[in-house]
Design a protein. Structure first.
Ligand code: FAD
Length: 687
C-alpha cells in the first residue's frame, strides 16, 4: 500500500467512524451548547439581565409569561409568534422565572413589554414568578416611568380572587409609573371563554401597538419557524422516542441516593416513572367508570403530604395519534432534530426525536380547537374550502356552532371541513409551534402520607362521552389511559375500551403498568390542632382528599391510642353521588367509622334515588343547627370537587347558615366566609 492509499484508508475510516458516531457527536455538541438540559434555551453568557439578553439577541419586542401549568406559556408564545408573522418583529418570549427585572425601565429602544400571567390558588402568582412578585412589591413610584406594557391574565371566576396575579401586576406596574397599552385582558377558564377573551384582548392590543410602533403588516408573509429542522436517518441513544425527560434516555444515567432511591427533584421538568401496584374500578354501573390507582414511590425520593396533588403525565391514544398523522399525511417514523434559531428560544421537547414520538407524547392533539389555530392554517387550506375556513376563523358564532358544538378536535375538524380528505402541505414545524404541550393532569391525592408513606392513591372519574356527530367518543387523555391500565392489569373487558394506548411506552419504559408522575404541594391541610372540628364537603371524586384526611386521622389513632381519639374534634363528611352504584369507597367508610367511633360521620346525598335531586348543599342546610354549632366551636371547612357549581352552592349554603344562626345580613356572613378563607379555615380544592 503506497502513502496515497494509506491516506485514503485513513480518511475513509475517519468518515465511517464519524457516520457511526454521529449521534454521540451531536450529543456532545448539544451538551456544550445547552449545558445540562438540551430542552432549555440559554443566553449566550448565562446572564439574567433582560436588557442585555434582548440586546445580545437583537430583539425588539418582549413577551414575559408566568405560567403554572403551561397555559400562559402557550398564549405568550402564540402572541409572540403572531407579532413576528404579521409585523416581522423580533420577539423574545421568556419565562419570568428566568430573569431579573432591574433593567425593565431601560429596555433597548424603549420597547414595550407584554405580560401573560396566570393566577393560581388564592389569587397567587405561579410558583416560578415569585421573584417577579417580590420585584413588584419593592417598586417605588416613577421607577418604571419609561415602560409601556400590555397585560393578559389567565384566571377563573369560580375562584374568589379572579385573576389576582395579573390584577396585582397591573396595579403595581402602574403605581411605578409604567403606561398600560389598552386594557387588562382577563381570560376566564370558569366560563370556558379563555380563548375568546384572549382573541378580544389580542385584537385590541395589536391595533394599539400598530399605532404606537408604526407597524405595517406583510399579508403575504408565510410562516417562518423559530427552529432549524434537520432530517436524520438513524435512531441513536440520544434520540427521544417519547421519554418524559432526558434522564430516561438510554445515553443518560438515572441518579440514586445512598438508600438506593431514585434521586429527584421530581417536578414539571422531570417526573418519576412510578410502578402502579394496584388499580381497580370503583363504580358498579357499566356505563361510567372511576378508577382507583396506587403508585409505588418507595424506590424514589418522591414524597408527599396528605392533601397534595398528584400530577400524572399522559400520552395520546393510538386512535388520536393515527387520526392526526393521517390528516396531515405525516410519517410517524421520520427522525429529525431541531435547533433553536437563537439562544432565547426553548426547544419544545427532547431532540432528536421522531414525528410519531412527538405526536404521541409531547403534543396536545385532542382538546377543543381555537379560532386562532384555524386562522393559522388558512394559508394551507385546500383551495375549494379556503373561503369557508377564512370565514370560520373570523366569525366567533359560526365557529362556535360549526366547530365547538361538534366537540371536534383538530384532526376531526379539518377532516370534516375537507369532506374527509387530508390537508397536505401544512408544515410540521407550524404544527409543533402552534399546538400546546401535552401537559400533566392533576389529581387530589386520596391516600394519607402517614398511613401510606410509600404509595400515592388517585381517584379519577373517566371522561368518556359519545359524540353523535363524529360517531366516536369524546375521551379524556389521562383518565382513559388509567382505565386502559386498569382493564389490562386486571384482565377486565377490553372490548369496552373506547380508545387504546401504547402501554409499553418509549423503549418499554412504562411496561407492566408504570406512568410518569410528580407531586405538586398544596395548602389543603388538616388543622394542626387535632381537637378542631372538621367539616368536609366533597361530592363525586371531590371525596378524594377527604379519604386521605380520614385515613390520616385513623393512622394517628392507631399510632397514639385512645387519648388521641378522645382529644380529636368531630369530622363530618358531606358526600354526594348519583346513586348506590357510584358510591365511592362505600365499604371503607364503615371501617373508618369503626376506628374513629363517634368522631367520624359521613352524610350521603344520593342525588338520583328520589324525584327531587338532593345535593350536598341541601344536606348542609338540613343540618343547619349542627353545622352552625361546629362552626361556633372553631370548625375548619373544606370543599373539594366541581368549581363551576358545587363550590358556589356550598359557599352559599354556609353563608346562609351563618347569617341565619348569627342573625347577620348576607353580606356580613359573606365577609365572615372571606375572613375564614384568608385565615385558612375555609379551604377549597376545586377544579
Ligand atoms: P382531558 O383530555 O384533559 O379532557 C378534559 C375534558 O375535555 C374531558 O371531559 C374530555 O372529554 C373533554 N374533551 C376532550 N376533547 C374535547 C373536544 N375536542 N371538545 C370538547 N371537549 C373535549 N379529577 C378527578 O377525577 N379526581 C381528582 O381527584 C381530581 N383532582 C383534581 C385536582 C386539581 C387541582 C385539578 C386542577 C384537577 C383535578 N381533577 C380531578 C381533574 C383532572 O385533573 C382532569 O382534568 C380530568 O381527569 C380530565 O383529564 P383527562 O386527561 O382525562 O381529560
Amino acid at each position: 500500500m503506497n502513502s496515497t492509499d494509506l491516506i485514503a484508508v485513513v480518511v475513509l475510516g475517519a468518515l465511517f467512524w464519524l457516520y457511526r458516531n454521529l449521534d454521540s457527536i451531536k450529543e456532545f455538541i448539544n451538551d456544550q451548547l445547552y449545558g445540562d438540559d438540551p430542552s432549555l434555551g440559554v443566553n449566550s453568557n448565562g446572564t439574567r439581565d433582560l436588557a442585555e439578553v434582548l440586546k445580545d439577541n437583537d430583539k425588539n419586542y418582549l413577551v414575559l409569561y408566568g405560567s403554572q401549568t403551561g397555559t400562559a406559556e402557550d398564549y405568550a408564545k402564540k402572541f409572540g409568534k403572531e407579532l413576528t408573522a404579521r409585523f416581522q418583529l423580533r420577539v423574545m418570549v421568556a419565562d419570568l422565572e428566568n430573569y431579573d427585572f432591574h433593567s425593565l425601565n431601560e429596555l433597548p429602544d424603549n420597547m414595550p413589554v407584554s405580560f401573560v400571567i396566570s393566577t393560581y390558588g388564592e389569587g397567587d402568582f405561579p410558583d416560578g414568578s415569585v421573584n417577579f412578585e417580590q420585584y413588584l412589591n419593592e417598586l417605588d413610584p416613577d421607577m418604571l416611568d419609561n415602560l409601556r406594557f400590555s397585560i393578559f391574565g389567565l384566571g377563573n371566576t369560580t375562584y374568589e380572587f379572579f385573576n389576582g396575579a395579573a390584577r396585582k401586576a397591573l396595579d403595581k406596574l402602574q403605581d411605578a409609573g409604567a403606561r398600560l397599552i389598552g386594557t387588562l385582558g382577563e381570560g376566564d377558564d370558569g366560563a370556558g371563554t379563555t380563548d375568546e377573551d384572549y382573541l378580544t384582548w389580542k385584537e385590541e392590543t395589536i391595533e394599539l401597538l400598530q399605532n404606537e410602533l408604526d407597524l405595517h403588516e406583510d399579508e403575504d408573509k408565510q410562516f417562518e419557524s423559530s427552529f432549524e429542522y434537520t432530517a436524520l436517518i438513524t435512531i441513536g441513544n440520544s434520540t427521544s422516542l417519547g421519554e418524559p425527560s432526558k434522564q430516561y434516555l438510554p445515553n443518560a444515567t438515572l441518579q440514586y441516593n445512598a438508600e438506593g432511591e431514585q434521586s429527584g427533584p421530581f417536578d414539571l421538568s422531570q417526573p418519576y416513572v412510578a410502578p402502579i401496584t394496584e388499580t381497580k374500578e370503583l363504580f358498579q354501573s357499566k356505563d361510567r367508570n372511576c378508577i382507583h390507582t396506587e403508585f409505588d414511590i418507595s424506590r424514589s425520593e418522591v414524597t408527599y403530604q396528605t392533601g397534595d396533588h398528584l400530577a400524572i403525565w399522559p400520552s395520546n391514544s393510538d386512535e388520536a395519534v393515527s387520526q392526526f398523522l393521517r390528516v396531515f399525511e405525516l410519517d410517524s417514523e421520520t427522525i429529525f432534530d431541531l435547533k433553536a434559531k437563537d439562544s432565547t428560544m426553548k426547544l419544545p421537547f427532547l431532540c432528536p426525536t421522531t414525528i410519531g414520538a412527538v405526536v404521541r407524547h409531547y403534543l396536545e392533539i385532542t382538546g377543543p380547537i381555537s379560532r386562532q389555530t384555524l386562522g393559522l392554517l388558512v394559508s394551507y387550506a385546500p383551495e375549494s374550502i379556503k373561503e369557508h375556513i377564512v370565514t370560520l376563523s373570523k366569525d366567533k358564532s359560526l365557529f362556535a356552532t360549526e366547530i365547538l358544538a361538534s366537540k371536534f378536535n383538530l384532526a376531526d375538524a379539518l377532516l370534516s371541513l375537507n369532506h374527509g380528505e387530508t390537508w397536505t402541505g401544512v408544515p410540521w414545524l407550524l404544527l409543533i409551534e402552534m399546538l400546546p404541550k401535552l401537559s400533566p393532569r392533576y389529581y387530589s391525592i386520596s391516600s394519607s402520607s402517614l398511613s401510606e408513606p410509600n404509595t400515592i392513591h388517585a381517584t379519577s372519574i373517566v371522561e368518556n362521552t359519545p359524540n353523535d356527530i363524529t360517531g366516536t367518543n369524546i375521551t379524556g387523555v389521562t383518565t382513559n389511559l388509567l382505565r386502559n391500565i386498569q382493564v389490562i392489569k386486571n384482565h377486565d373487558d377490553a372490548a369496552s375500551l373506547p380508545v387504546h394506548y401504547d402501554l409499553e411506552g418509549p423503549r418499554g419504559l412504562f411496561a407492566n403498568g408504570q406512568l410518569p408522575i410528580h407531586v405538586r404541594h398544596s395548602t389543603f391541610r388538616l388543622p394542626k390542632d387535632i381537637s378542631a372540628p372538621v367539616i368536609m364537603i366533597g361530592p363525586g371524586t371531590g371525596v378524594a382528599p377527604f379519604r386521605g384526611f380520614v385515613r390520616e386521622r385513623c393512622a394517628e389513632v392507631k399510632r397514639d391510642g385512645e387519648e388521641c381519639l378522645e382529644k380529636m374534634g368531630k369530622m363530618v363528611l358531606f358526600y354526594g353521588s348519583r346513586d348506590d352504584d357510584d358510591y365511592l369507597y362505600r365499604n371503607e367508610w364503615v371501617e373508618y367509622a369503626a376506628t374513629l367511633d363517634a368522631k367520624f360521620e359521613i352524610d350521603v346525598a344520593l342525588s338520583r334515588v328520589q324525584e327531587q335531586k338532593v345535593y350536598v348543599q341541601h344536606r348542609l342546610a338540613e343540618r343547619q343547627e349542627e353545622v352552625s354549632k361546629l362552626l361556633q366551636n372553631g370548625a375548619y371547612v373544606y370543599v373539594c370537587g366541581d368549581a363551576k357549581r358545587m363550590a358556589k352552592d356550598v359557599q352559599h349554603a354556609i353563608v346562609n347558615i351563618l347569617s341565619e344562626s348569627k342573625g347577620l345580613t348576607e353580606p356580613e356572613a359573606q365577609e365572615i366566609v372571606k375572613a375564614m378563607k384568608v385565615a385558612g379555615k375555609y379551604q377549597e380544592d376545586i377544579w
